[in-house]
Unconditional design. Sequence first.
Length: 158
Amino acid sequence: MKDYYQVLGLLDNADSVVIKAAYKALAQKYHPDKNKELAEKNTFIMMELNEAYGVLGYASKRKAYDAKLVKQRGAKSSQAHNKPKENKTNTNADLLKKINDNEMDEVHLVQLFEKLFNKPLKISHGWMNSYSYKDSEKNVSMSYNQLREKLVQQLTSI
């Protein structure tokens, strides 16, 4: 079964507004008319995005999908208990490489920040997006580059 949350680059507890925003952003990025040279590849990506949003974008379909996903993940976790745990250092190195090579889009960077710092990140959309979060009752704002730098610092310190 496809992981539609992964297709849209989301966590499985994403709010419906976030799902819609992620779909719109990815649809704009990968629309076949945007880049004629990659039209064939982007057509396939758009099919995946449309399929994912066709399920996650509707509450009743999403609820049924989530139930199947939980059941499938439960079966996988019972089979995976004998597998060795992943080395955290290798994971961090992989994440750092992806960040430095610009292989992570904005959605993935925001999710990574929220996971590492355990703080929700507010995105202010504009010509250039900015990001903010609460830290000890004060709002901290940062640019996209500052967000990347903060993630790199955190991943190298772990």
